[in-house]
Write a protein that binds this ligand. Structure first.
Ligand code: NAD
Ligand code: UDP
Length: 355
């Protein structure tokens, strides 16, 4: 009797395990489904161009943690293998060295198009390549999405507003951009990419999403990319002069990376008839002088503030109007500047760039 009971229980266990296995490997309407945290979960194959960069590496991590398969496409101009080292052993994660200005093909359900240097130092280093990356990269990713009927999200930027006259900036403001300046390779490249996204949508029914990202900071920012948060934190930690460009009265709104990633995922999940563009940024606005003083206080630094000349076409003010993101994505930033800055300070304290 006992032996019979033992075999019965074992048999039932095998049936149960097989059913779970069935769920894990089953294809529903062409989509793989799996069990994640005891919930049936639709596993997608997702391409992230620029996946080895600052934002891209955080996005790849989030997508892998959400149970998806990720192809990270990058030419490693500003990205690095260090940024994605923690994902390398994962069999759902794949890295492809490729320049998005050339066509690429793979079977995917969704594409996040992030490939493009973001800091002024890097995008002005080879402005022709920057414009090509924005425009040809967009055409190549849109062409792929069209062939596969995949959804494609464009990482656009607050730079499409240029030096804005309307403040804060809502999505329906068309901007004030210099078409022939030092920032134009990036600003106009990104504007043209937005145009292409909307034309592929209208002409070819491609399912597109456009987000306009405002200044974002967090771990894995390159220490040498000249962005204000990384510069100030490193200068303060090393008790070096804090370099304010101009009079420090220009403003920016700083968003912590985790808030942005949440907004990106929510945007990709919206209904097909919602294309954006939608602003993703933190509406709390600070002058560059305020930022410098805050970082000096938080690091207990002996750094002095010094004033240097303002770069060409440096926008005077930036603040996102996030009414649309609140309404359509149910999203708003949750991480205050001080909280994000302390995480950033801890990150740079632990990294080898802090002398
Ligand atoms: P990043 O420079 O860290 O990442 C860009 C990535 O794209 C890098 O890994 C780089 O190697 C890769 N790349 C560049 N040119 C490429 C090419 N031709 N082919 C393939 N890969 C290429 O920058 P980031 O801050 O992570 O920015 C990611 C995206 O978000 C960019 O499109 C940027 O314009 C946009 N964005 C960023 C911010 C921000 O505050 N960081 C603000 C607005 C928009
Ligand atoms: N900035 C500064 N000191 C620095 C780096 C930047 O005063 O060491 C200023 C820069 O001129 C700009 C602002 O900080 O007014 C934000 O610069 P960043 O390059 O981070 O972003 P973007 O200008 O693209 O918004």
């Amino acid at each position: 009797m006992l032996i019979f009971l033992f075999w019965k229980i074992t048999f039932l266990k095998i049936v149960y395990i097989n059913q779970i296995g069935y769920i894990c490997n089953h294809k529903q309407n062409g989509d793989s489904v799996s069990l994640v945290n005891n919930r049936i979960h639709k596993m997608k194959r997702i391409l992230v161009s620029g996946g080895a960069g600052f934002i891209g590496s955080h996005l790849c991590t989030r997508l892998i943690n959400d149970g998806h398969e990720v192809i990270c496409l990058d030419n490693f101009f500003t990205g690095s293998k260090d940024n994605i080292a923690h994902l390398m052993g994962n069999h759902h994660f794949e890295v492809v060295r490729h320049d998005v200005t050339y066509p690429y093909s793979a079977e995917v359900d969704e594409i996040y198009n992030l490939a493009c240097p973001a800091s002024p130092i890097h995008y002005q280093h080879d402005p022709i390549q920057t414009a090509k990356t924005s425009v040809m990269g967009a055409i190549n990713m849109l062409g792929l999405a069209m062939r596969l009927d995949a959804k494609v999200l464009q990482a656009s930027t607050s730079e499409v507003y240029g030096d804005p006259i309307v403040h804060p900036q809502p999505e329906y403001y068309w901007g004030n951009v210099n078409p022939v300046g030092y920032r134009s390779c990036y600003d106009e490249g990104k504007r043209c990419a937005e145009t292409l996204f909307m034309d592929y949508h209208r002409q070819n029914d491609v399912r597109v999403k456009i987000i306009r990202i405002f200044n974002t900071y967090g771990p894995r920012m390159l220490p040498n990319d000249g962005r204000v948060v990384s510069n100030f934190v490193l200068q303060a930690l090393n008790n070096e002069d804090i370099t304010i460009y101009g009079d420090g009265k220009q403003t920016r709104s700083f968003q912590y990376i985790d808030d942005l990633i949440e907004g990106m995922i929510r945007m990709m999940e919206t209904e097909d008839d919602f294309t954006g563009p939608v602003n993703l940024g933190n509406p709390n606005e600070f002058s560059i002088q305020e930022l410098a003083e805050k970082i000096i206080a938080m690091t207990d630094s002996s750094s002095k503030i010094v004033f240097k000349s303002l770069p060409n076409d440096d926008p005077k003010q930036r603040q996102p109007d996030i009414t649309l993101a609140r309404k359509k994505l149910g999203w708003e930033p949750t991480i205050e500047l001080e909280d994000g800055l302390s995480r950033m300070i801890e990150y740079f304290k632990g990294s080898k760039t802090n002398k």
